[in-house]
Design a protein around this ligand. Structure first.
Ligand code: PHB
Length: 391
């Protein structure tokens, strides 16, 4: 070999070494998949989760575990039938490192079937389906929001303490609504309450008139409902317009008024709900979060935004521990299991089934605002029935 050829090869080797060094100094971007509704009745929920995730990431300088975040969003349309294709698009097509979402429990059930096979780290940012941290639980699946049971079971006791022992149930007839009613009934029966009638409404129908007339003729002590998003805004207004607001007390899990209080106006006055968050929670994390969210979006934060914000904050903490190495699966899972954050909802930790153990508050709409009346259940932990982690 001539000297000049050797020199050339040497220079080439040097530059490829340099290129490798440069490359490893800039780790690959962290691709976070968002499977959320950006259209339909839950669109506002999807937007609040997304914007709060972005806000949290920006508070970490746009990086988690040293890797710059890249978002890959898909509109799931709250349609379970489209969920398998949407999940595959994010996992196989977009090759996300972490999957997050959805809002709708039916979408979550379909998503769980796939992520259990695919072993992708998944953080559920809203959907409350029991199976996510119950029968379908998995070591690599966490939920930062709530289980159905946590938001509905405590409300039964609230209603009974108010002396209301005869109730009508009304709900959107899909997994979340059905499970929400089952959890409420469990608590209500224990305390001696009677269910007069269950009214199931197809999702996402908002034609409530005939059902409201039926409630008026049944004359129960109270109505417990599940509606959310745009559907909840309409239901509460229709309930008042039907003249029921002052005659039959309305209760629900907090989704009934969450994020839609301004749209409901005076119609929402007096409604009592149970939820793991309230706008008015008086803690420094909540004050800081609400102010930052308002500044970033010009909208008020709500429980959906809190779940998005906390998702990125727990991920930040866990990814820091593994230095951004999403391939270090068991270390990453262990880091998430031990994550502790100061959430706007108050402190929470993950249960053995990876669902938050958290306080559930009793709220009441007073003067157009959600007042925190008390704690309906301290350290509420979902029973996690049927969960076998199989680690
Ligand atoms: C759900 O389907 O799990 C669900 C949807 C909207 C909510 C709460 C839960 O506000």
């Amino acid at each position: 070999m001539t000297l000049s050829r050797r020199a050339l090869l040497g220079a080439a080797a040097c530059s490829s070494l340099l290129a490798r060094r440069l490359f490893s100094a800039t780790p690959a971007k962290l691709r976070i998949g968002l499977l959320l509704p950006y259209s339909g009745t839950y669109a506002a929920l999807g937007h609040n989760i997304t914007d709060a995730m972005k806000l949290a990431a920006s508070e970490h300088g746009g990086k988690l575990g040293g890797r710059e975040v890249e978002w890959v969003a898909v509109d799931d349309e709250s349609d379970p039938a489209k969920a398998p294709a949407n999940v595959n698009k994010l996992i196989a097509g977009e090759k996300v490192d972490i999957l997050t979402g959805p809002v709708h429990s039916g979408v979550a059930m379909a998503m769980m079937q796939i992520v259990r096979q695919e072993n992708v780290l998944t953080v559920v940012t809203n959907a409350g389906a029991q199976a996510v941290t119950g029968t379908l639980c998995a070591p690599h699946v966490f939920r930062t929001s709530f289980s159905n049971w946590q938001t509905s079971y405590p409300c039964a006791d609230v209603m009974l303490k108010d002396g209301r022992k005869k109730a009508v149930l009304m709900f959107w007839n899909y997994s979340f609504g059905q499970e929400s009613m089952a959890a409420f009934k469990e608590g209500y029966a224990k305390g001696g309450g009677t269910i007069v009638k269950e009214i199931a409404v197809p999702f996402p129908t908002t034609e409530f008139q005939a059902n409201l007339s039926e409630i008026a003729s049944l004359k129960p002590d109270a109505v417990f409902v599940f509606f959310a998003g745009a559907g909840a805004a309409k239901f509460v207004k229709d309930y008042a317009d039907a003249g029921l607001r002052d005659r039959v007390a309305l209760y629900g899990s907090g989704f009934l008024t969450e994020g839609v209080l301004a749209a409901q106006g005076a119609a929402a006055e007096g409604i009592k709900t149970t939820l793991h968050y309230a706008d008015a929670l008086d803690n420094p994390a909540n004050r800081k979060f609400r102010e930052a969210f308002k500044k970033a979006t010009n909208r008020e934060a709500d429980v959906y935004a809190v779940a998005g914000y906390d998702t990125v904050n727990v991920l930040a903490q866990a990814l820091e521990k593994v230095k951004g190495d999403t391939g270090a699966h068991s270390e990453l899972i262990a880091a998430l299991e031990s994550a502790r954050i100061d959430s706007p909802r108050g402190r929470f930790r993950f249960s053995k089934t990876h669902n938050p153990i958290q306080d559930v508050y009793l709220r009441q709409v007073r003067g157009g605002r959600e007042a925190v009346v008390g704690v309906a259940m301290k350290d509420a932990e979902d029973p996690g029935a049927g969960c076998k982690m199989g680690k």
